[in-house]
Design a binder for this molecule. Structure first.
Ligand SMILES: Nc1ncnc2c1ncn2[C@@H]1O[C@H](COP(=O)(O)OP(=O)(O)OP(=O)(O)O)[C@@H](O)[C@H]1O
Length: 222
């Protein structure tokens, strides 16, 4: 993933500018920064959900913001996936259904999707069936979210505050899991977090720092 001289505007306000960020295959990187500095905006731009005012964002050699139609769907279903702060699971479905659904939407046959989902959940130590997603612990919940992000074997996993909703007892475990994604599953990982300890454990750590105009720039984390 390569961001080159990226600027993002919301309305007339420039939130981030001059962002150069490269994440090689199979590596992890983290971005910290105070609330409102533009971390989620940058992740959304990499996802292609937020337009960029200038610069380019390339994932797997393709310009994210020039993808249209089937190419854009392919990008969102196969190339990139997201782990959200609160997991964003469908509470009325079992864990295995929450995970398999991502593969089914990406075109996998139903049977293969469920088998793969069960294997991933077993690998991650979360019950796949017979339990409502609603009663999972915070740590289990986020592990299901990670499994759902991995089932399509994306090149890039974007993790937006993956440990932000967790108690201390689960924070380290889920942080370890997210950081282990490149070695265990081969996807690269970009984490946005307020957790400096988590950020320091990534292969590279950056901080979004606003200048005197309130426009944030990316700097190596202190
Ligand atoms: N869709 C939008 N329209 C207008 N302003 C927005 C929009 N999305 C975000 N902003 C503003 O852009 C700035 C950056 O927001 P963003 O959510 O990217 O920051 P953040 O660093 O992720 O913050 P936090 O750590 O609190 O999640 C904020 O001032 C926010 O209010």
């Amino acid at each position: 993933m390569h961001c080159s001289d990226v600027a993002i505007r919301h309305g007339r306000r420039t939130v981030v500018s001059g962002i150069d960020l490269s994440l090689e295959d199979g590596m992890s990187a983290a971005i910290t920064g105070r609330s409102g500095s533009g971390k989620s905006s940058l992740l959304s731009a990499i996802l292609g959900m937020v337009p960029i005012a200038s610069g380019t964002i390339e994932v797997d050699g393709k310009g994210v913001h020039s993808l249209r139609g089937a190419h854009r769907r392919e990008y969102l279903r196969h190339t990139v996936s997201v782990v959200f702060q609160h997991g964003e699971l469908l509470e009325e479905l079992e864990p295995v259904e929450n995970v398999a659904i991502a593969a089914i939407l990406a075109g996998s046959p139903r049977r293969a999707a469920f088998q793969e989902a069960e294997e991933l959940l077993e690998d991650l130590g979360v019950p796949a069936r017979g339990v409502s997603t609603q009663v999972l612990s915070g740590g289990e919940h986020q592990r299901v979210a990670v499994a759902r992000a991995l089932i399509t074997r994306p090149s890039l996993v974007l993790a937006d505050e993956p440990t932000g909703s967790l108690d201390a007892e689960f924070r380290e475990m889920v942080g370890d899991l997210v950081l282990s994604i490149p070695k265990r599953w081969g996807s690269s990982v970009l984490i946005v977090t307020h957790d400096d300890a988590l950020a320091r454990r990534a292969d590279a750590a950056f901080s979004l720092v606003p200048d005197h105009n309130g426009v944030a720039h990316l700097e190596p984390a202190p």
